[in-house]
Design a protein around this ligand. Structure first.
Ligand code: DON
Length: 574
């Protein structure tokens, strides 16, 4: 693997510039990161930003009761499961980057779903061998074993200060008392009505009286409240064994799925070492495999560290960023998967020397065409995953991206549990080199296998500088990676949390070989210049909802911003 990649890099570089893959200037220069990040300095107050105000308030409530950022993360995630079920929930999974103030430790929590033991790749093919998009995206075959509940138990028990029951209390209360679904949830239910109608428990939960909840109607989720109560009372076993597990397996199997009690009993959330990369004096701490996000962000930043983006006109700056994105996504497609199952050349992918080689293949004024793999045009995904960011008064931090994958996950609710199952199986390369719903291609490294975690793009990140820190992330399928990357660059450029969340965005993922552009990102002259360099610019409306918290250590000021693209979000400093 290593050999073939080096060969490819070398041949691409030689082809384009006729020079060595390894730059004469050697490794790119990265300014040394200030060593001490003042673990003793504390903000003295806290900030939470999430995609729904109920969830932000739940986090703040738990902080006010003496909880830390990790207890608050449990409260926010569980509340989003009730009020933003189209994006994430107890039937899904999450990835989190944590920073613990007392010892300065950075931690990665992998609560990603796993394939059930009986996973059968043939279930995702039509009789003629073509991909079956329905089994990949809807119904119980599309669901991995949920990771969210195990991840919340791990977060609370290992890092929290409060009992799990106290952190889950706001979510349970909102589920029991009810809330008014926002426009986006009502829209998501309306948009998936036909699929929800396929399974009685889904219809019963989301289509009261046969219709999506009306504007202003109060909506309750008693089954999920009970599931969360059992989790609160019994921890891991409250979900993965006993009543809830039995109901999940019964419902899944009755609807044609293949889960067993052993799949649930065997699920474990894991701690892994986060990826760290230094860039312009900042340390970026981000998600390792089974996310591809951190590897891609590190690879892009390593490539970009050979240029001074601050001294470039807008078109040249965008050109270098797009070329770095293109190269990182090619590697995403080819190499990455679950670290417990596949060997990945991470040392190489994360190496500044590797990035220096890639840089040699980038022409100063011309787009590099992506290799022409035959493939379908990627559809524009709906934005259905969620990210929230927290800093507490002691300086503990949590960046959490949580998902059920596509809008309303599998659209399948397991009867009696209130749990809407994910459709994360589509994040596997179910058919090699056929695009998934985000247009991502994959190889054997991300083929489904029993107990394996499907590759993710989730990129919760913490950006630590000598004076300023940001907790950042976004939903958006494959665009998560590029949106978070741009957020990191904007933060390092000095932007505020509000500016970062609002900033216009663009995206390139190697294939399709187009630059997706949000309206207003490039002025006309920049757009023309990029077109002349050989880029195909394609307008895109749907972008992730970024929730950012920043801490200016010099001024000791916290800032929290929720993406203005999402009116029901809330960033709040307490
Ligand atoms: O883990 C992943 O990469 C995807 N399941 C995330 C899905 C997502 O962001 C949906 N929003 N468009």
């Amino acid at each position: 693997m290593t050999f073939s990649l080096n060969w490819r890099v070398l041949s691409l570089s030689l082809l384009l510039v006729g020079g060595s893959a390894f730059a004469a200037d050697g490794a790119p220069k990265t300014a040394p990161v200030a060593a001490a990040h003042a673990a003793s300095l504390r903000p003295g107050h806290a900030a939470v930003a999430s995609a729904n105000f109920h969830a932000t308030e739940a986090g703040l409530e738990v902080l006010a009761k003496g909880g830390n950022a990790f207890d608050a993360a449990v409260a926010v995630a569980a509340t989003l499961s009730i009020v933003e079920p189209e994006s994430s929930g107890t039937g899904g999974g999450f990835m989190a980057v944590l920073h613990r103030a007392k010892d300065g430790r950075n931690i990665f929590i992998d609560a990603r779903e796993t394939a059930p033991a009986a996973v059968n790749p043939k279930d995702y093919l039509n009789p003629d061998g073509s991909p079956n998009r329905d089994t990949a995206l809807r119904g119980p075959l599309s669901s991995g074993i949920p990771g969210q509940p195990a991840g919340l138990v791990l977060l609370s028990s290992r890092y929290g200060r409060l009992p799990l029951a106290q952190s889950l209390a706001p979510a349970i209360r909102i589920a029991r008392d009810g809330f008014q679904p926002d426009e986006r949830l009502r829209g998501a239910i309306a948009g998936t009505q036909k699929d929800l109608e396929r399974w009685p428990a889904s219809a019963a939960k989301y289509l009261p009286g046969g219709k999506p909840p009306a504007e202003g109607a109060v909506w309750r989720d008693p089954d999920q409240a009970r599931t969360l109560e059992l989790l609160a009372a019994h921890g891991h076993d409250g979900f993965y064994r006993g009543e809830v597990a039995q109901k999940l397996v019964k419902a899944v199997r009755a609807a044609g799925g293949n889960w067993t009690l052993a799949d649930l009993a065997g699920y474990q959330a894991k701690e892994r070492t986060p990826i760290s990369v230094d860039y312009r004096g900042y340390k970026i701490v981000t998600a390792p495999p089974p996310s591809s996000g951190g590897v891609a962000i590190a690879e892009i930043l390593n490539i970009l560290s050979g240029y001074d983006l601050t001294k470039m006109d807008a078109a040249t700056r965008a050109h270098y960023i797009i070329e770095a994105m293109r190269r990182a996504f090619r590697d995403h497609n080819d190499y990455l998967g679950d670290p417990d199952f596949v060997q990945m050349p991470l040392d190489m992918l994360l190496s500044p020397y590797y990035a220096a080689g890639l840089r040699q293949g980038i022409l100063p004024d011309k787009a590099t065409p992506s290799s022409m793999l035959p493939r379908a045009e990627a559809p524009e995904p709906g934005m259905h995953t969620t990210h929230f960011s927290i800093i507490d008064a002691d300086g503990n931090m949590a960046a959490v991206t949580s998902t059920v994958n596509y809008t309303m996950g599998s659209a399948f609710v397991a009867a009696g549990t209130g749990v809407l199952l994910n459709d994360e199986m589509d994040d596997f390369a179910l058919v090699p080199n056929k695009p998934n719903v985000y247009g991502l291609l994959g190889s054997a490294a991300n083929a489904p296998a029993p107990g394996k975690r499907m590759l993710s793009s989730m990129s919760p990140s913490i950006v630590i500088g000598a004076d300023r820190t940001a907790v950042i992330g976004s939903p958006g399928g494959s665009t998560i990676i590029t949106q978070v990357l741009e957020g990191i660059l904007h933060f390092i450029d000095g932007e505020s949390a509000q500016q970062i969340a609002a900033h216009k965005r663009f995206h390139h993922q190697y294939l399709p070989d187009v630059v997706n552009v949000e309206e207003g990102t490039f002025d006309a002259a920049t757009g023309d210049a990029l077109t002349k360099m050989g880029y195909t610019l394609k307008p895109r409306e749907s972008w992730g909802f970024m929730n950012v918290v920043t801490w200016d250590r010099k001024a000791n000021q916290l800032d929290a911003a929720s993406d203005p693209r999402r009116p029901s979000g809330l960033g709040k400093v307490q």
